[in-house]
Ligand binder design. Structure first.
Ligand code: ADP
Ligand code: MG
Length: 346
């Protein structure tokens, strides 16, 4: 199936390169697989509705750090983060399966705490935990979750589908989870050097909460439904807006202009970015894990979006594929590089 003759470093390929490379060989065969690899969730035909299924992985030391992440919050986050990909298809989450790998460092009580958080999230989002798998792990905690959801056929929204001049909208605010993580990591370093010092996180409660216990925007999916808006494309913000517009743009063959002064950034995020010597717009564009919804709408829906406290129009679709620009208040345009790794000038 694969015809590589020499060794290829995974680092050269990158995460998206690797997924694309694998996906080429797994084009769906079944007539009722509507969408396979490549969107936030896979889509299958259930007759009157579409079914949605998505999977996420959480590795200790990579995705979370239990020295500052309460394990109950982690349980909640695993569910919220996984369901976010169902919301990103304009779907309604219904069921989840959770797999855990545990080293002998963990007690029953720790696992119970984890599942208390999982249960809280299941109740909050009105879903059932219906299965999973449990294994020993040589080191640390491993969690993976698979969520199932559904959506009415005429309401499904993919990453592809937006047209030139569509408005780009984001829910809530962005950059907070990233700045929250910076604070937690700083306080961990301080604690390791000065174990008697009290952590300084209370005045950052909002952004620390964004990192430790994020929410899925199922409420935004409901809001769009009540406003009778079906976005023309949508993705959830798990890796930062800069990375997400790259996916929307690539799949819809368009570009985007984003207006810097429209980015919804919470005052705590701004304050912390400044304290860390970072341009708040960089945190807003490149910071991940906000789990907000980023979507495009037809300009005729402008009146329905405008004035809504939870939705912000931050830009629009342009006709040059692959061209993603940040327009500053003074009218200068800077390229936002794919996958969010570029430096955005002041
Ligand atoms: P998200 O950030 O929305 O979770 P990802 O970037 O993780 O999306 O995944 C993008 C797409 O690639 C999804 O359709 C996902 O199911 C698919 N994918 C990711 N990893 C793999 C893999 N190892 N094998 C097959 N498909 C994968
Ligand atoms: Mg996603």
């Amino acid at each position: 199936m694969f015809e590589n003759s020499t060794r290829t470093e995974l680092g050269d390929l990158g995460e998206f390169g690797l997924i694309n490379h694998l996906a080429e060989h797994f084009v769906p065969n079944l007539p009722d697989t509507v969408c396979g690899i490549g969107d936030d969730a896979a889509v299958f035909d259930m007759g009157d509705k579409y079914g949605l299924v998505t999977s996420d992985m959480f590795l200790e030391g990579i995705h979370f750090d239990l020295t500052f992440h309460p394990i109950k919050h982690l349980g909640y986050k695993v569910v919220a983060a996984t369901l976010s990909d169902i919301s990103a298809m304009n779907g309604i989450p219904k069921r989840i399966l959770i797999n855990i790998g545990l080293s002998n460092r963990f007690s029953l009580e720790a696992v119970e705490e984890l599942y208390l958080g999982i249960k809280m999230a299941c109740e909050k989002y009105n879903i059932d935990l219906v299965g999973g798998d449990t294994s020993a792990s040589p080191k640390g905690l491993f969690i993976s979750a698979t969520a199932l959801g559904e959506v009415e056929k005429n309401k499904i929204v993919y990453r592809k589908g937006c047209k030139v001049n569509d408005l780009l909208v984001v829910s809530g605010d962005v950059g907070g989870a990233y700045m929250g993580l910076q604070i937690l990591e700083r306080e961990k370093r301080v604690f390791l050097e000065h174990p008697t010092m009290q952590p300084d996180i209370e005045r950052h409660d909002y952004i620390v909460g964004r990192q430790l216990k994020p929410e899925t925007r199922t409420d935004v999916v409901d809001l769009l439904d009540s406003l009778k808006i079906i976005p023309t494309s949508m993705i959830d913000v798990s890796d930062g807006i800069a990375g997400e517009i790259y996916h929307l743009g690539k799949q819809s063959n368009v570009g985007f202009d984003i207006y810097e002064n429209k980015l919804p950034i919470d005052p705590q995020t701004v304050e912390q970015a400044v304290e860390f010597g970072l341009n708040p717009s960089v945190a807003a564009l490149n910071g991940g894990e906000d789990f907000e919804l980023l979507f495009t709408v037809d300009p005729k829906d402008y009146e329905k979006i405008k004035g809504n406290m939870d939705l912000t129009i931050i830009g629009h679709v342009t006709e040059t594929p692959g061209k993603y620009r940040l327009i500053t208040a003074s009218g200068n345009a800077f390229d936002i590089t794919a996958q969010g790794w570029g430096v955005i000038a002041e």
